[in-house]
Design a protein around this ligand. Structure first.
Ligand SMILES: *[C@@H]1O[C@H](CO)[C@@H](O)[C@H](O)[C@H]1NC(C)=O
Length: 266
């Protein structure tokens, strides 16, 4: 009887540990620990690392942590876990739901062809995850040459949540502008990649020419918006994964930031 009890407690405990390991969410994790009374030095130091990395990630999203060149080494596993988790997808889908909510009442879409929306390309429309998977999930310093070699292969997959919204916007008659920090030399690979991934019918794809290379990304993107506004467009929104895509003036009526804690472009 006592032996059976020990066996079932052991089984239950390993089940709980299994659940904890499979579950990245820090709140659930704490809640779970409290309710099971699990306690060991190993789990508690794992928990403080997790909580350190979670607060690092959140502060990147809040734009408090800026200009980082690499993800802190001790957080690489955590960032990898987040960026490939169902939570990343849920967070991104939530963003799209907020865009839909906004669209349902924000804008008196004129039907004069002057309603505009802006998207980033990388990690907004297309995922660079296959590249970063081979390059340390943000834990390695960026090698622009090798990233561009990868981009030239036009193999980046679509981010499904954005793909859906892209077409919904297009169906409403909104003109879609893609403003990317990719170089002009990547134009044909980028167009091929976007089309293969299911994107078509954008109004313009704006890439960085030689003159723009001297500007920071944020300034280059703001200048591109200024030209759109001068052309009479009403920019209702921007969706991007980098703060440099949504900050700076002129802006849009609203901006939406997608999660990305693997790299920072300023
Ligand atoms: C960057 O990538 C290129 C192309 O893959 C490679 O030849 C070069 O050695 C890399 N540079 C560094 C500093 O790793």
């Amino acid at each position: 009887m006592a032996r059976n009890l020990v066996v079932s407690i052991l089984a239950l405990t390993s089940l709980c540990i299994g659940l904890v390991a499979a579950d990245w969410n820090i709140l659930n994790y704490h809640h779970h620990r409290k309710s099971t009374g699990l306690r060991s030095t190993a789990t508690s130091s794992a928990s403080s690392l997790k909580s350190y990395c979670e607060s690092w990630r959140i502060n990147v999203e809040l734009n408090n942590i800026r200009e980082f060149e690499v993800v802190p080494q001790e957080c690489v596993d955590y960032i990898k876990h987040y960026m490939t988790s169902p939570q990343y997808t849920a967070d991104s889908e939530r963003t799209m739901d907020e865009v839909r909510l906004y669209l349902s009442k924000c804008c008196n879409l004129g039907g004069d062809g002057k309603d505009a929306w802006i998207f980033d390309v990388d990690d907004t429309l297309l995922s660079t995850m296959p590249y970063y998977k081979k390059h340390g999930y943000g834990g390695e310093k960026l090698n622009k040459t090798s990233l561009e070699e990868w981009m030239k292969q036009s193999k980046a997959p679509a981010l499904e949540h954005t793909l859906k919204l892209f077409h919904e916007l297009k169906d409403k008659g909104v003109k879609i502008f893609l403003i990317s920090s990719r170089s002009e030399t990547l134009r044909s690979s980028t167009v091929d990649n976007l089309i293969d991934a299911g994107y078509h019918g954008w109004a313009n794809l704006i890439l960085r020419g030689l003159d723009d290379e001297f500007m920071k990304v944020q300034q280059y993107k703001a200048e591109a918006r200024k030209r759109l506004i001068n052309d009479g467009y009403r920019i209702w929104g921007i969706i991007g994964d980098q703060w440099s895509s949504i900050k700076g003036l002129p802006s849009a009526k609203r901006t939406f930031k997608l999660p990305n804690s693997m790299y920072y472009l300023s």
